[in-house]
Design a protein around this ligand. Structure first.
Ligand SMILES: Cc1cc2nc3c(=O)[nH]c(=O)nc-3n(C[C@H](O)[C@H](O)[C@H](O)COP(=O)(O)OP(=O)(O)OC[C@H]3O[C@@H](n4cnc5c(N)ncnc54)[C@H](O)[C@@H]3O)c2cc1C
Length: 391
């Protein structure tokens, strides 16, 4: 199948990782991205050892090392008095056990590195302003139609167009988003605006009744990223970038520890956004004929284990391995699904469960509910290497 031409719809972290892995396996790849410019939203991302294995395998180890913040420890603290409820190692102990550690990055830094690597292999590989609209396929090819009236054909099309995927809808319909009852704010604070006392340790979570604040450095420690979650009975708008105000955020976190309030208050208003969290029913298959899905398009996941991008990165590497290993497309896609659906479904399910512990209305019992271990490690999520796992 070395002459297979592959179209990837969506140039996010999942689509670009898949494109790079497929190029390195010898396939011709074109990425069709709807945005007029390649850009990621301003937010942080935590990457587990499995994602780090994948990125290093794709030649991005030096880039990852250059822009990541490497936490040694992570603390969970009480929202009101700041006492440590749990303390876990995210550095040396993980490195010894899993061969990789935990990395904290700005999404745009990772996205830029992926795009540069894809373009270094083929300067014309990424086409912008291509909003996928519909598809038709037969035994020989799949034809994609875009909103600008153009079309493209390929031997395989991959839908990497995110949680509101039109590719998924074209294949399987859409069960429709369900509002979860949680909203979130995200913000980036220049580190020189953050009181040093807040950074003990630099990576950590504050838990309170129906609320949670996760904060960690990105950009080699130059910026503090935070995500603040709250329960909210109703929400209508689906989308990542709704404006908020610092006043609204401060009112929501009234009575929280002064250290939390100090960095929430310091967020520049133009770097503060809010959104409602929506969930979708998981799919039982991801492929149909010459089309398959990956990342949030295949398995939208709630952010409570910080594993959505990790799964998307793993998908790309495993899909490229399956296509390189099998003589037929049908067998390769079956192998990809068999390797990936169980893991992704497990993470989707556990991310739903994780919210119950995070949004504890009795934070003092946090450690007894978690067994004193970070949820992702306790669930065995780090014990996976997409570059070597048997598929
Ligand atoms: C608050 C929050 C925190 C998170 N934290 C973490 C974390 O710490 N660690 C982690 O691993 N994950 C995290 N995630 C999850 C992670 O952000 C997503 O799972 C990940 O971005 C999915 O990547 P993707 O490439 O599948 O989709 P996306 O990043 O959504 O990319 C989809 C791309 O497709 C394009 N597109 C969409 N529609 C079309 C179309 N019709 N035609 C052409 N192009 C199209 C979009 O413009 C976009 O570029 C978090 C998510 C949230 C909400």
């Amino acid at each position: 199948m070395g002459d297979l031409q592959i179209a990837v719809v969506g140039g996010g972290i999942g689509g670009l990782t898949a494109a790079l892995a497929l190029q390195r396996a010898g396939f011709g790849v074109t990425v069709y991205e709807q945005a007029p410019q390649l850009a990621e939203v301003g937010a942080g991302l935590s990457l587990s050892p499995s994602a780090a294995h994948a990125l290093r395998h794709l030649g991005l180890g030096p880039a990852l090392d250059s822009f990541s913040y490497l936490p040694e420890d992570q603390a969970v603290r009480h929202y009101r008095d700041g006492r440590a409820l749990q303390w876990t190692n995210r550095g040396r102990a993980l490195l010894e056990k899993y061969g990789e550690r935990y990395y904290l990055v700005h999404r745009a830094d990772l996205h830029d590195a992926l795009a540069a690597a894809v373009r270094a292999n083929d300067p014309a590989a990424i086409r912008l302003n291509k909003h996928f609209d519909s598809l038709v396929q037969d035994a020989n090819e799949v034809r994609l139609r875009f909103a600008d009236g153009t079309s493209a054909s390929a031997g395989l099309a991959i839908g990497a167009d995110g949680s509101r995927s039109l590719m998924r809808q074209a294949l399987f319909g859409d069960s429709g988003p369900k509002y979860t009852g949680y909203i979130a704010w995200r913000g980036l604070v220049p580190m020189d605006q953050v009181p040093p006392a807040v950074l003990d340790p630099p990576s950590g979570i504050f838990v309170g009744p129906g609320h949670l604040v996760n904060r960690y450095p990105v950009r080699s420690g130059k910026t503090l990223n935070f995500v603040a979650f709250a329960e909210r009975a109703a929400w209508s708008e689906e989308g990542w970038s709704i404006r908020s105000t610092v006043d609204e955020l401060m009112q929501e976190f009234e009575g929280w520890h002064p250290e939390v309030r100090s960095f929430l208050a310091a967020v520049p208003p133009e770097l503060l956004f809010k959104w409602g969290l929506f969930d979708r029913e998981p799919l039982t298959r991801w492929s149909s004929g010459r089309v398959t899905l990956l990342g949030d398009a295949a398995h939208p996941v709630l952010p409570f284990l910080g594993h959505g991008a990790v799964l998307a990165i793993e998908d790309g590497v495993v899909l490229a391995r399956a296509l390189a290993a099998e003589p037929s497309l049908e067998a390769a896609l079956a192998r990809y699904e068999a390797a990936r659906i169980p893991r992704a479904s497990f993470v989707v399910r556990e991310s739903r469960n994780a919210v119950k512990v995070f949004h504890s209305h009795e934070p003092e019992h946090y450690a007894s509910k978690t067994g004193g271990q970070a949820a992702d490690e306790r669930l065995g999520l780090f014990d996976y290497n997409p570059t070597t796992v048997s598929i």
